[in-house]
Every structure is written in C-alpha cells, then in structure tokens.
Ligand binder design. Structure first.
Ligand SMILES: Nc1ncnc2c1ncn2[C@@H]1O[C@H](COP(=O)(O)OP(=O)(O)O)[C@@H](O)[C@H]1O
Ligand SMILES: N[C@@H](CC(=O)OP(=O)(O)O)C(=O)O
Length: 561
C-alpha cells in the first residue's frame, strides 16, 4: 500500500472564504480532498469507503469522523512532491503596495490568487516609512536627547505600525521591541549630534524589518505558513558602501543554501526584507540605494534560478514616461533587459538602476505589475524582443544634472587627454553619465545620485576640486541645473528618432546642449536646461506616442522634403 498522506480531518469542518483561499494555496491537496469528501458524501463520512472525483481516486478510512488519505495515484504523488519542493518565483511588493493593513490584506489575497506558485515574497517598508525615518534621524541630530520622543516622524512610524498590528489582529510583540530600539537609536544620534551613513542604513532598516514581520504574522494567522527573513541574516552580502552598497557574488550561493535548505526541511513561504544587506567587512546593516528592494528581488531570483521575478508597483507597468510629468503615459508591454536597465539608470523611478543585472545574468524574465490593478498585463522584461516595428519605447528625464565642458589647452593630436580627464574622476570617486568628445574637448554629465548621497557642502567642495584638478590640463566650464532627456528605443532607427525629436524641440524653441548615442544601442541622450525639460518630455511624448508616428510617415515626409 502506498504511504498514507498526513491529512487528518476531525469531524465536519467549516471554512471561511479567507481560510479557503489560504488552504487552496498552502495545502491544495487538503482542500481538494475536503471538497471531494464533502461533495461525494454530502458531509464527512462515518464509515470507510472509496471516494472518487474527476482528478484523482482516494481511498479513505474513517473512524469516528476522522478521515485519512491512505492511497493516491502515482501521478498525483509526484506532482505533490514537486510542488512541495520548489520555490517558483519572486514577488516583490513596494512601499505603495503595503502602505496599510488593508493593503497588506489585499496583497495576501493577491498572492493566494496564484495557487500554482510557491513564491519568495520581498517587501519594502510600509508607505513612506523610509522617508519618515530619514527625516526623524535628521531632526534627532539637532533636537537634543530629551526631545527625541516628540519628533513627529517617530510618532508617525509608531502609530502606523501599531495601527497595522491592531487592524491585522496580530501580536504587537513582533514589532514593539523594534520600535523601542528605534527610539533608542534616535536618542543615540541626538547624543552624538551626527548621523553617519552607517547609522543612516541601520536607522532605515527598521522599516523593512517591521513590514516583513507584520506580513508574515498575518499570513500565519490566516493559515498560510510563512517565515520572516532579515536579508542581512540570510546571506545578502554587500560592499561596505553605506547607503549605496553593491551586492557581492558570495550572496548567490549563500541565499540559495539558506532558502532552499529551509524550504526543503520545513516549507514555509519566505518573507524577505528588501533593500537591506550586510557589509562584508563591517558586518553592519547596509542598504542598496533608494528603491533597492527591486534589486533584492532580482538577486534572489538569480540565486534560486527561479522561473520569474515579479515586481508589483502602483502603476500598470513601465510607462512611456513618468506619469507625474505627463499623465497620459501608457504602459509598455515588452522591454529588453538593456532597455529597462538604461531606463532605470537614466532616472525612471519605477526600477532600481542596478536591478536588471542579476535578472539578465540569470536570464530570468521580470514582470512589472500593478498591485492595485492585477488584471492589467503589465510589462514583461526579457533578454530579447521583436524590434522590427519598435521605434521609441519610453522617454526618461533625469533632473538637476551637472554638465562640464572641458577643452584641452594643448594642441591637436595631444595624446592622453581623455585618459587624464577620466583619471581625475576616478581619483575623486565621481561617476560620469553621458559623454560627447572631440579630439580636444569633452562634454560630460556627472551622475547626480553619486553626488546626492553626499552632504551638500561636501558636494560643492567636490565640484570645486574637480574643476581645480581639470584646470591643470584644460579650460573648464561648469554648467549646473541641466536635465538629461533619454530616448529609449531602437537606436537602429536613430535618424528617424532624431529627425522627429529635433523637429519637436525646434518648434518648442529648445536648444539641445549635448547629444550622445550610447553603445547599448537603445538610448539617445539629449541635455537641455532644467526649466525646459518637462515641457520637452510632454511635447516629445505627444509627437511619438500620440501622433500615430510611424516609420512610414517619417519616410514619406523625407520623400517630400
Ligand atoms: N517610466 C515610468 N513608468 C512607470 N512609473 C514611473 C515611471 N517613471 C516614474 N515612475 C514612478 O514610479 C513609481 C513606481 O515606483 P516606486 O515608487 O519605486 O514603486 P514601489 O514603491 O511600489 O516599488 C510610480 O508610481 C511612478 O510615479
Ligand atoms: N524602502 C526603501 C526601499 C524600496 O525599495 O522601496 P520601494 O520599493 O517602495 O521603492 C526605499 O524607500 O527606498
């Protein structure tokens, strides 16, 4: 006789709809069996009998209302086994998706609506918690130890998390020690009158540590076995670049070992803190840069070799431009990893700039979906897509960029000029975004995110230092308050894109100050003044996405010129 499955039903059971959803997902065999028994017997049987239903035959013995499954078909045993052993995908939910208890319930329902999946869940901090924690830290620096408990942002964070505990009906003890420690930490900052990048990372980590504990407790409460993980205890190992750390290779085997091991020994849905890691030298908590939970999700996807990585947002996928600039932006159905990486790097807030790297390396599709509108198809990001009809995919704006015009003081043909310029940036640890060169001059923009992670005063003196160093070999013109407009799409059709773009910019009276076509073949970048940039994006969007712009139209225009 085949091994008995460990299913025991003690007398008639009634399931609430919430419990049924939970069972359908966490123990599908148990629910199918209960349904089968109930429908075959009109209730729970009191004597042993064979029960059949369309999908399987189960032999059942019953004593005093207990029902055991004694036998199931070989085919079914295999599929149960496979389901139980493998995690299938990552589902990452950002702060906007888990902003309240109501949203956490909806996210739980959403996860349960995919009974075929065994997901790893990655969560960000609730709503705007990260911003509030950073503000609380800044206030603590100057408010004095005795005033820490009156910082508005601390009260906000406490109130939000305790209200969520109440509304979800979970035990307050899962987060109360975190909230106490958070207040202690803020007192420490007040005492020291400074907040180092290391302290900043520790401070913001409370957001993700609490959201994941709340969500895991809620899932367990509704009968879905879940296990909470702090990323810094789970194997996400990073550089020690606090506030902007990079994931190290050692992460992949460590995460795979931990998650696979736990799942195999005692299956429970992993609920992992996004955004956080552990510095390999310092062993302190690090963060992956703002929006870093996307990177956590793709890292776990690659580590486990999962089928798909889903990032759930508050928009219907990656859009044709930032909806805050132009509300008529439309979802983009398909993107390549290259397009998505350029888009993210050049400022589309929807994805973390580094998040595509692990997905590309593991060749795992990334699906961007809307947790407020799950039926919307979203955006699928893969290695390749049909580009034959693609012209422009999306328009991205990066504001507040610093541009440098550097003209060599030496004569034409002087070798080593470019090398000297870039060595200066390397020595100062500043990264460059967009570059256009001639033999004796370079125009380039500086990555604002790298500068923004430093204090304002430090930024100003660093820029002075850059200019000072470069002036040893060149005449330097520093131009601030510029924007980069990136046209992401099929650069094989660059003449077409540029013709249309320059027509739009000329009719709007905008002068382009620099232009660069990246080697990635998916991005053309234009630099304009900050105060003209948004108007340009709107006009470009109308021209490319709302004017039925096609290659044929453009070619026929060319013909008529
Ligand atoms: N091209 C774009 N496509 C989609 N969303 C964009 C784009 N550019 C900017 N956004 C903004 O990104 C937000 C989603 O990213 P994010 O705030 O990181 O979500 P989450 O917190 O859910 O991870 C959207 O609400 C939208 O305002
Ligand atoms: N909570 C962090 C990390 C993150 O990824 O958030 P979100 O998924 O809400 O963008 C932040 O605000 O930066």
């Amino acid at each position: 006789m085949a091994t008995a499955a460990a299913l025991h039903f003690c007398g008639p059971v009634s399931y609430s709809s919430e419990r049924v959803r939970a069972l359908r997902w966490s123990q599908p065999q148990r629910l199918r069996f209960a349904t089968c028994v109930a429908s075959s017997c009109g209730g729970f049987p009191t004597s042993g009998r064979n029960i059949s239903c369309t999908s399987r035959v189960l032999r059942v013995s019953c004593e005093g209302g207990n029902v055991d499954v004694l036998e199931k078909k070989e085919k079914d045993k295999q599929s149960f086994g496979e389901n139980d052993k493998q995690l299938t995908c990552v589902m990452k939910f950002g702060g906007s998706s888990v902003a309240s208890a109501a949203r956490m319930r909806e996210v739980a329902d959403l996860i349960l609506s995919f009974p075929q999946e065994r997901p790893v869940i990655v969560l960000s901090a609730m709503g705007k918690t990260t911003n509030k924690l950073l503000l609380a830290g800044e206030k603590a620096v100057s408010c004095g130890v005795t005033n820490v408990s009156t910082i508005d942002e601390l009260s906000f964070v406490k109130e939000l998390h305790f209200r969520t505990v109440d509304e979800l009906g979970v035990d307050a003890s899962i987060i109360s020690s975190h909230l106490e420690e958070l207040e202690q930490l803020l007192k420490g900052i007040a005492m020291m009158k400074e907040m180092t990048p290391r302290t900043k990372d520790y401070l913001v980590s409370f957001g993700e540590c609490m959201s994941t504990r709340l969500f895991a407790a809620y899932l367990n409460k509704i009968g879905v076995k879940a296990r909470q993980y702090d990323a810094f205890e789970m194997g996400i190992i990073t550089t020690d670049d606090f506030t902007n750390a990079d994931i190290l290779e050692a992460t992949y085997p460590a995460v795979a070992k931990r998650l696979h091991g736990d799942w195999t020994c005692d299956p429970a849905i992993p609920i992992v803190t996004g955004f956080l890691g552990k510095g390999w030298r310092s062993c302190a908590v690090t963060t992956l840069g703002r929006g870093g939970s996307d990177l956590t999700a793709t890292t776990i996807g690659k580590a486990l070799g999962l089928r798909e990585i889903q990032v759930w947002k508050d928009v219907d996928g990656v859009l044709t431009c930032d909806p805050n600039i132009y509300p008529h932006a439309e979802p983009v159905p398909y993107l390549t990893f290259d397009e998505a990486a350029e888009l993210a790097y050049f400022g589309a807030q929807v994805l973390h700039p580094q998040s595509m790297r692990p997905a590309r390396e593991g060749d795992i599709p990334v699906r961007v979906k809307n947790s407020y509108n799950p039926k919307a198809p979203g955006t699928v990001i893969t290695h390749a897509r049909d580009m034959s009809k693609a012209v422009l995919t999306s328009i991205v704006l990066k504001r507040n960029v610093t541009m440098l015009d550097i003209v060599s003081t030496r004569m034409l043909g002087q070798y080593g000029f470019l090398a000297k310029v870039f060595t200066t940036f390397e020595d100062l640890g500043i990264s460059v975004d967009v570059v256009a060169t001639s033999e004796v001059s370079i125009s380039l923009t500086l990555d604002p995110s790298k500068l923004w992670s430093r204090e304002l005063i430090q930024q100003a003196s660093e820029l002075d230092h850059v200019v000072e160093e470069l002036e040893k070999i060149a005449v330097v013109n520093l131009l601030q308050h510029r924007s980069i407009i990136s046209l992401i799409g099929n650069v094989q059709k660059s003449s077409l894109i540029l013709e249309k773009a320059f027509h739009v910019l000329r009719t709007n009276g905008v002068n382009v100050q620099m232009i660069s076509q990246g080697a990635s073949k998916v991005n053309i970048s234009l630099v304009v003044n900050d105060n003209e940039a948004e108007q340009c994006v709107r006009a470009l969007h109308q021209a490319f996405f709302e004017g039925n712009f096609t290659e044929v139209e453009c070619e026929s225009k060319n013909g008529s010129l």
